[in-house]
Design a protein around this ligand. Sequence first.
Ligand SMILES: *Cc1c(COP(=O)(O)O)cnc(C)c1O
Length: 373
Amino acid sequence: MLPAEVSLKELPLRPELLGQQPYGAPQLDVAVQLNVNENPYPPSSQLAADMAAAVQASARTLNRYPDREAHQLRSKLARYLGHGLLSDQVWAANGSNEVMIQLLQAFGGPGRRVMTFTPTYSMYPEYARDTLTDLVTVPRRPDFTLDLPAAWEAIEALQPDVIIVATPNNPTGTSTPIGVIERLCRASRGIVVVDEAYQEFSRTPDNTCLRLLDHYGNLAVSRTLSKAFAFAGGRVGYVATSRAIVEALRIVRLPYHLSTVTQAVASVALDHAADLLAHVAELRQIRDDSILVLRQLGCDVIDSDANFCLFGQFADRHAVWDGLLRRGVLVRETGPAGYLRVSTGTAHEMQQFFVALTDLLNRQPGILLGRER
Ligand SMILES: *Cc1c(COP(=O)(O)O)cnc(C)c1O
């Protein structure tokens, strides 16, 4: 027996979870929120009305479980992706986070290895930990591109069961050419998961690993509605892959994992794809303009194919993060030492960010390393 006021330390928690903190950027009530790569444009009134109508219709069936296989949603996702994909090559879950944990539940596990290329998405170590999969990391080159010879050597030596490559990468924004991914697919008998969460924001959006699906049965290309589709709160991610990998994911998924409401509302978002992607084109332009402005301010900025960029280098990045926060702008303290990550907001939000940053740099000129004054 344990007392009602039990503390975590007294519970039979898995030892590797002791002292761990829940994942997540601070959710602060700040005017300009540029910290978690959300799309700054809310749904239009028309889209919101169509979503509300879909919720109303599905509300009448909520006594029943949802379509376990999410047939309609998967066929709409397949149609959106194109490349001749059919619904049985697409799988959806509550965010691509859930898709990726399902991939590791199916192909990772005790005694197995997952390989990633650092610096990269901070959730990958958590998926590994939560599925008891060993994590092995291969460092990227100094310019954050993937080091193919090092990757090859590590694959040969460690024979990972799963390889995860984020392209465009978070937090660097760096793309990996599809020719490089193709080499990984050839070099490995494990599953190669390409996390294309930001692909729609790429300067070359058609340069997608979806093109490789016809050739490699061990490839899984993960996408999400959270970023380009401005649907972060709706929680839908998906993966395009071989039919055999979809079969594996169906074995490990929880029954009825994707609610009727989620499926209905996501379907409506896909019906509005053209409008939503028009905003993506605007955001690409704002990103490119923002990178130029940051460079004019003397910052080192990593070229980005995503809806954010990494900028620095700061003698004390926490002080810069904090100084921006005091001026009403929230960015993310993540990635390589000395850098901060800023998401692409509206032009107005970026203006507020630049005003705050300029003021901060004028007051503390020494904080930006290597700045010519
Ligand atoms: C934002 C992001 C995702 C998307 O996560 P969801 O669970 O779909 O919201 C996936 N991968 C990377 C690298 C991301 O940055």
